[in-house]
Design a protein around this ligand. Structure first.
Ligand code: PLP
Length: 400
C-alpha cells in the first residue's frame, strides 16, 4: 500500500552494518591517518580498475587539482573542457590560473563533442574566452603576442551522469596534438566504454566519493594513473609536498593536505567490495524510472550511447519541454514530498566565471539548453519501487 504522503530524499548512501563496523574497527586503533587502510584501499582500486597506481585523496576536486599539477599545467596554459559539468572540473584549472577552452556538448548525452574538441585543438584562438586575464601568468607579453597554440596542454573530458565521453576520439585528438588527457570520471566509477573502464582512457582518471556518488567515503576521491613519475609527485603533493625521504617538517614541493583519513579509507574499502552489487541496484532503480517516465510524452529520458557498454548510474536526469516552468513544477512537487533539482547549471554562466572571462548567455547553446531543461529526480540504489512509483505519479499529475 503506497502511503499518500512520502518524503523522498534526493539521494541516499547505500550503507550496511559491515560498512559501519569497518569504520568503528579503525576508530578502535590509534592510527587514524597515514596508516594501512589507505594503502589497502588504493591496492583494491588498482585491482578493480587495472591501473598501475591509485592515489587516494580527500575529495574529487583535490584529485583533479593534483592531476593539473602533475600534468605541469600552469598560469596562462590552456585546457579544452566543457561547461556542462560540476564546477570542480573547471575550478581545478583556475586553481593554477590555467584558462579553460570551453567547447559545447553532445545534445544527447551532455558529454564533450569530439568534433568541436578537434576544431579547438587546431584553432584554439577561436575558442578562447572573450576576456583573458594573464596578469597571473608567468608571461609579461601582451595578449596579442602570445602563441596560444603552444600553450594548449591538455583536454579534460567529463563522464557526465555516469556515461563515458567519446574517449577513443578524445584520445586520438590528444595524441595528434601532444596533449595530456585528464578524465573526470567522478560520476562514472564502474562504467565502461567499448568494454574498457571509465577513468582508464586518459593519462589520469579521477573518481569521487561524496555521499551522493555510487560509493562513498563521506568525503573522498582517488586518482588512477599508469605514470610512475606523476604518481610519485601526486603522493608527495597530497602530503604537504613531502617527497620520499623528507621528514615531517621538510617539504620538497609546495603541497597540500589532501590526505584521506583511515576511517574514510576503511569505509571506501568496504564499499568497493560491494560496488558491482550497488551498481546493479542503481541500474534496477533507473530501469523502474525509464519504464514509467518513458510513457509520459512531455518527458525525455536519458539517452545511452551504443558505445556505453556499461552505464554507471550516478543521477537520473530527465529533460522537460521548454515551455514547462521548472521552478513552479519543483515547488508543486516539493509540496508532495518530491524534491527535484536543475542539473547542471552551466559553468560559464556562474557569476565568478562571467566576471573573470566575460562569458554571456548564448555562448554554449547546447549546454544552456540542457541546463534549462534538465531535472534530476530522487535517485539512489536504496530506493524501493513504491518510491519510484510515487515520484513518477507525482510528475505525471503535476505535468498535466
Ligand atoms: C562529484 C564531482 C566531482 C568531485 O566532487 P567532490 O565533491 O570534490 O568530491 C568532480 N567532478 C564532477 C563532474 C563531479 O560530479
Amino acid at each position: 500500500m503506497t502511503p499518500n504522503f512520502m518524503k523522498i530524499p534526493m539521494s541516499s548512501p547505500d550503507l550496511t552494518d559491515a560498512d559501519r563496523q569497518a569504520v568503528i574497527d579503525v576508530i578502535n586503533t590509534p592510527i587514524l591517518s597515514l596508516g594501512p587502510k589507505v594503502v589497502e584501499f588504493e591496492m583494491a582500486f588498482c585491482d578493480y580498475t587495472g591501473a598501475k597506481h591509485a592515489i587516494a585523496v580527500n575529495s574529487g576536486t583535490a584529485g583533479l587539482h593534483l592531476c593539473i599539477r602533475a600534468a605541469g599545467i600552469g598560469a596562462g596554459d590552456l585546457v579544452i573542457t566543457t561547461p556542462f559539468s560540476f564546477v570542480a572540473s573547471t575550478n581545478a584549472l583556475l586553481f593554477e590560473n590555467a584558462i579553460p577552452v570551453f567547447v559545447d556538448v553532445d545534445p544527447k548525452t551532455g558529454n564533450i563533442d569530439p568534433e568541436q574538441a578537434a576544431d579547438a585543438a587546431r584553432n584554439v584562438e577561436k575558442y578562447l574566452p572573450r576576456k583573458v586575464d594573464i596578469r597571473n601568468s608567468h608571461s609579461e607579453y601582451p595578449v596579442s603576442n602570445i602563441d596560444w597554440h603552444s600553450r594548449l596542454k591538455a583536454v579534460l573530458p567529463v563522464d557526465v551522469f555516469g556515461q563515458p565521453a567519446k574517449l577513443d576520439k578524445i584520445n586520438a585528438i590528444a595524441q595528434e596534438h601532444g596533449l595530456k588527457v585528464i578524465e573526470d570520471s567522478c560520476e562514472a566509477l564502474g562504467a565502461t566504454y567499448q568494454g574498457r573502464q571509465a577513468g582508464r582512457y586518459g593519462d589520469y582518471g579521477v573518481f569521487a566519493f561524496y555521499p551522493n556518488k555510487q560509493m562513498t567515503t563521506g568525503e573522498g576521491g582517488l586518482i588512477i594513473t599508469d605514470d610512475d613519475e606523476a604518481a610519485g609527485l601526486m603522493r608527495a603533493l597530497r602530503n604537504q609536498g613531502r617527497a620520499p625521504g623528507d621528514t615531517w617538517l621538510s617539504h620538497t614541493y609546495l603541497g597540500y593536505n589532501y590526505r584521506l583519513d583511515e576511517m574514510s579509507a576503511a569505509l571506501g574499502l568496504a564499499q568497493l567490495h560491494r560496488l558491482d552489487d550497488m551498481l546493479l541496484k542503481r541500474e534496477k532503480v533507473a530501469g523502474w524510472y525509464s519504464e514509467r517516465l518513458g510513457e509520459i510524452p512531455q518527458i525525455e529520458i536519458p539517452h545511452i550511447s551504443p558505445e556505453t557498454t556499461r552505464m554507471s548510474w550516478f543521477v537520473y536526469v530527465i529533460r522537460l519541454p521548454q515551455n514547462v516552468d521548472r521552478a513552479a513544477l519543483a515547488k508543486r512537487l516539493e509540496a508532495r514530498g518530491v524534491p527535484i533539482r536543475p542539473y547542471f547549471l552551466p559553468i560559464h554562466l556562474q557569476p565568478y566565471m562571467v566576471e573573470r572571462f566575460g562569458y554571456r548567455e548564448g555562448d554554449f547553446p547546447v549546454t544552456e539548453d540542457l541546463g534549462r531543461r534538465g531535472v534530476a529526480v530522487p535517485f539512489s540504489g536504496v530506493m524501493i519501487e513504491e518510491q519510484v512509483d510515487y515520484v513518477c505519479a507525482a510528475l505525471r499529475e503535476e505535468l498535466r
